[in-house]
Each structure stands twice: as structure tokens, then as C-alpha cells.
Design a protein around this ligand. Structure first.
Ligand code: INI
Length: 180
């Protein structure tokens, strides 16, 4: 039977940085509320959360990079809102903004919950910022917690002595068998 790394949504003790863009602040402030609410619901303490604000989605990447490189955070949450109707360079902002965040996560190994919403109009954005489609800021916060735990688990396993790892796995199997 394959060994599965179970989902761990417990956030107590994790340190999380949120980067939020001011562009379309009416939307991004709701994404921020959702993200903070999501982190609290996982048990992340307010004093373990740092919020940094940037002008627009194109600036999320460089600040995310600095926060990730600082080594102070288990995960990041990046929040922004790009509305097609408002900009001729929608595609540039979306493509460059999201590519930068994906790169930061891969380059640093610090996971990023992506809460950048990209919509055709303001109504669709509102729907995703606490409206009928939920709150994408909250979703991104839950992803950040889950990913921080998964990566930490994988790193810890890698650093374990193989004998200890084997022993742990045998104990777990015995526990499972005894529950059958
Ligand atoms: N930034 C956004 O976050 N959302 C947008 O919809 C947007 N529009 O419409 O242009 C936007 N542009 C600003 C951009 O992110 C940078 O802040 C700007 O280009 C300065 O570098």
C-alpha cells in the first residue's frame, strides 16, 4: 500500500507574509480580509502574520522574492486584482505578474498561495472577493498553510536518519493494523 502524505491544514506556529496590491483596492481589501480570516481559521496567530502593500500586481513578485529570501516565513500569500476592461496592458500585468510569483516559489522553495484574480469586469471581481464565488484571498491563505506543512514534512523526512524513518514507518503500520 503506498504511503500517503496526509493534508495538514493546521496553521499554529507558521509564519505567513501577505503581499497585497493597492490597485483595485476595493477588491483587494476584501481579498485581504478573506486571507486574514482564512489564516485565523487555521490557527495562525495574528502576530505571526506580516502584511506588505505594493502599488500593483506587477510589483508583487519583487516583494514576494525579498520576503521569501529573508527566511522568516513558512509561506506567502499574494493578493491582487487585474480587470481586463481597465487596461490595455491586461495581458502583460497578468502574464508577468503571475509568472514572477511562480518563479519566486520555485527559486526559493517558499510556497505562495496565489490570490491574484483576473476578470473581465468589476462584477466578476466582486463575485470572487467575498461574493457568490467565495473569497479567493481566503482560498489562497488555506493553500499557503497546506503547502507550508507539506513542504516542511518533506524536508523533515529528508533530514531523518534512514533507520529512524524506517522505524517510524513500521510503527505507523503496526498502529494501523491494530486499529483494523
Ligand atoms: N495593476 C493591477 O494590480 N491591476 C490592474 O488591473 C492594473 N491595470 O489595470 O493596469 C494594474 N496595473 C499597474 C501595474 O501592476 C503596475 O503597478 C504599474 O505598471 C507600475 O509598475
Amino acid at each position: 500500500m503506498p504511503r500517503e502524505l496526509e493534508v495538514n491544514a493546521q496553521g499554529r506556529g507558521l509564519r505567513i507574509a501577505i503581499v497585497v496590491s493597492r490597485f483595485n483596492d476595493d477588491i483587494t481589501s476584501k481579498l485581504l480580509e478573506g486571507a486574514l480570516d482564512g489564516l485565523r481559521s487555521c490557527g495562525v496567530e495574528d502576530e505571526d502574520v506580516t502584511v506588505a502593500r505594493v502599488p500593483g500586481a506587477l510589483e508583487l513578485g519583487v516583494v514576494a522574492q525579498a520576503l521569501a529570501r529573508s527566511g522568516a516565513y513558512s509561506a506567502l500569500v499574494c493578493l491582487g486584482c487585474v480587470i481586463r476592461g481597465e487596461t490595455g496592458h491586461y495581458d502583460v500585468v497578468v502574464t508577468q505578474g503571475t509568472a514572477a510569483l511562480a518563479r519566486v516559489a520555485l527559486d526559493t522553495g517558499v510556497p505562495i498561495g496565489m490570490g491574484v484574480i483576473t476578470t473581465e469586469n468589476e462584477e466578476q471581481a466582486m463575485d470572487r472577493a467575498g461574493g457568490r464565488m467565495g473569497n479567493k484571498g481566503r482560498d489562497a491563505a488555506l493553500v499557503a498553510v497546506e503547502m507550508a506543512n507539506l513542504l516542511s514534512r518533506i524536508k523533515n523526512e529528508g533530514s531523518l536518519d534512514p533507520d529512524v524513518r524506517d522505524l517510524r514507518s513500521r510503527i505507523k503500520n503496526l498502529e494501523e493494523e491494530s486499529q483494523l
